[in-house]
Design a protein around this ligand. Structure first.
Ligand SMILES: Cc1ncc(COP(=O)(O)O)c(C=O)c1O
Length: 453
C-alpha cells in the first residue's frame, strides 16, 4: 500500500526525533497541551532542543537544524554572539539582580535614546506584552480617553485588550477569560483601511491611541500599503489621538532606529522587546517625555493618586538583561548586522521561490528586511509577488489561511531536511545565516514540497 504524504512525513519525523517524543510524553503530564508557549505546539510532538550556536541548533537526538525561530525573533545576531555572551559573563560575576538602580541600566537607556527617534524617555519592562500593556495604559492616562484602535491580525502580545482579532475572534466575540467590556474598549480595524480608521475615530471621540505593527501584521506577513504609516500619523495628529508603533519585532531589525527611522514617521510611543534585550527577558516603552512622565512621582499626593500610572516589575532592567541588551544594541548601531541579515533573507526568499517554481508549486516566498513568509495559496490563485505587496491577496489568506494540518506537515517536513521555522509559516533570519544555511533550507523545502505532492 502506498503511504500518503502525511504518513510519510509524520512517520519519518517520529523516527528522527524519538528523544523529543519521550520528553513530550512527560511534558503533557505537566503542561497544558504539553507546551510552554502556543507557538511551540507541534503535532505529533514538538522538537526538544539541547543547544544552539550561530544560525544552528541541535535537538536531544543530536539532529542539527538551521534555525529561523531565532529566540522568537530576539536573536538578530544569532545564538551566543561572543560579544553578548562576554558581556553577560562579566555581569554574572558581579551579580544578577541588585534590586536597585545601576549604571548599566542608564547606559542601556541612553543607547536607546540615541538610536530610536521617538525615545525622549524610556521605561524598561519584562516583555513585549508588558510593553504594549504599559503603552496603552499610559495613553489612556495621558489623554483621559478610554478606547484604543488597532488592526486585525496585528499582534501585540497576549493581554486582554489585544488578545482577539489577531488570529481568531474576528467577529467581535470575546475569547474565554476576557471581560466583554474590556474587549469593547478596543476597536479593531481591517489592515490598510484608512477610511475605516478615520470613520472609527469620527464615531468614537474617546480613543486614546492607535497601535499598530509598522511593517504590517507579523513582521509583514500582511504587508502595509506604501505610505500608510504617514497617513495614519497625519490622521491621528489631526484627531488628537496618540500613535503607538509596536516595534517589538521591527525595532532593531528594520533599521537601528526601528521602522520609525526607516520610514521617517515618528510615533508618540514605541513598544520594544526581543532584540533590545539581547536574547534575555525584557522590553521597554519609549516615547514623548510628556506622555512618559505620567509615570513620574510628583510632590503632589492628589495628582499621584488621580493621574499617575504606577509601574513595577521585578525584572525591569535587571543587570543581566541590561548587559546583553546594551552589548546587542551597540553591535546593531555600530556594525552592518541588520544589512547582513537583510541580505541573507533576500537570498533565502529568492532561493525558496526557485525551488517552488522547480517543483511546479503555487506557493510563494515573500517578505521584507530579515523576515520570510510562505504563502501556501489556499485558494490556488494565480498570484505574483507584486500582488501580495499591492494588497491584492486577502489578509485572511496571508495570515491564518494555511490549514493547521498542513502547517504541522510543513514544519515536520522541513525538520526532516534540517530546518526549523515558525508556524505562521515563515521565520526570521540572523546576521550569521550563510549561503550554506540557505542552500540547506532550499533543499529541505524542495524535498518537503515533493513529499506533500
Ligand atoms: C509585534 C509584537 N508585539 C508584542 C509581542 C509580545 O512580546 P512578548 O512575547 O515578549 O510578550 C510580540 C511577540 O512576538 C510581537 O511580535
Amino acid at each position: 500500500m502506498r503511504m500518503t504524504s502525511k504518513n510519510s512525513i509524520l512517520e519519518q519525523y517520529i523516527a528522527k526525533t524519538p528523544g523529543s517524543q519521550r520528553l513530550y510524553r512527560r511534558a503533557i503530564e505537566i503542561f497544558p497541551g504539553g507546551v510552554t508557549h502556543d507557538t511551540r505546539y507541534l503535532q505529533p510532538h514538538p522538537l526538544y532542543i539541547e543547544r544552539a550556536g550561530g544560525a544552528r541548533k541541535w535537538d536531544v537526538d543530536g539532529n542539527e537544524y538551521v534555525d529561523y525561530i531565532g529566540g522568537h525573533g530576539a536573536l538578530l545576531l544569532g545564538h551566543n554572539h561572543p560579544v553578548v555572551i562576554e558581556a553577560v559573563r562579566e555581569q554574572l560575576a558581579k551579580g544578577t539582580h541588585f534590586g536597585a538602580a545601576h549604571e548599566l541600566e542608564v547606559r542601556w537607556g541612553e543607547q536607546i535614546q540615541k538610536m530610536v527617534p521617538c525615545a525622549q524617555k524610556v521605561r524598561f519592562t519584562g516583555s513585549g506584552t508588558e510593553s504594549t500593556l504599559l503603552a496603552i495604559r499610559l495613553a489612556r492616562a495621558f489623554t483621559g480617553k478610554k478606547k484604543i484602535a488597532r488592526f486585525t491580525g496585528h499582534f501585540h502580545g497576549w493581554h486582554d485588550q489585544v488578545a482577539f482579532g489577531v488570529s481568531s475572534h474576528f467577529d467581535g466575540s470575546v475569547p474565554a477569560g476576557i471581560l466583554p467590556e474590556v474587549a469593547a474598549s478596543a476597536l479593531v480595524c481591517p489592515p490598510n483601511d484608512l477610511p475605516m480608521l478615520s470613520q472609527l475615530l469620527d464615531e468614537h471621540d474617546d480613543v486614546a491611541a492607535v497601535i499598530l505593527e509598522p511593517t504590517g501584521a507579523t513582521f509583514g506577513l500582511v504587508p502595509l500599503a506604501d505610505g500608510f504609516l504617514a497617513k495614519v500619523r497625519q490622521l491621528t495628529t489631526r484627531k488628537n489621538v496618540l500613535l503607538i508603533f509596536d516595534e517589538v519585532i521591527t525595532g532593531f531589525r528594520v533599521s537601528p532606529g526601528g521602522a520609525q527611522q526607516r520610514y521617517g514617521v515618528t510615533p508618540d510611543l514605541a513598544t520594544l522587546a526581543k532584540i533590545i534585550a539581547g536574547g534575555f527577558p525584557g522590553g521597554a516603552v519609549a516615547g514623548r517625555a510628556d506622555v512618559m512622565d505620567v509615570m513620574t512621582l510628583r510632590d503632589d499626593r492628589d495628582w499621584n493618586l488621580r493621574h499617575r500610572v504606577p509601574h513595577q516589575g521585578t525584572f525591569n532592567a535587571n543587570p543581566i538583561t541590561a548587559a546583553a541588551g546594551l552589548a546587542t544594541l551597540k553591535l546593531v548601531a555600530e556594525t552592518d548586522a541588520i544589512e547582513q541579515a537583510n541580505r541573507a533573507a533576500e537570498l533565502l526568499r529568492d532561493r525558496l521561490n526557485d525551488v517552488i517554481r522547480e517543483v511546479g508549486s503555487s506557493w510563494l516566498a515573500y517578505g521584507e528586511f530579515s523576515g520570510f513568509h510562505l504563502f501556501t495559496n489556499p485558494q490556488q490563485r494565480t498570484v505574483r509577488l507584486a500582488d501580495i505587496y499591492a494588497g491584492a491577496v486577502p489578509a485572511e489568506e496571508l495570515k491564518g489561511g494555511t490549514p493547521p494540518a498542513l502547517i504541522h506537515e510543513l514544519r515536520c517536513g522541513l525538520i526532516l531536511g534540517g530546518v526549523d521555522i515558525f508556524p505562521w509559516p515563515g521565520g526570521v533570519v540572523s546576521s550569521v545565516h550563510r549561503e550554506e544555511d540557505i542552500e540547506t533550507t532550499a533543499r529541505a523545502l524542495k524535498a518537503c514540497l515533493q513529499l506533500l505532492g
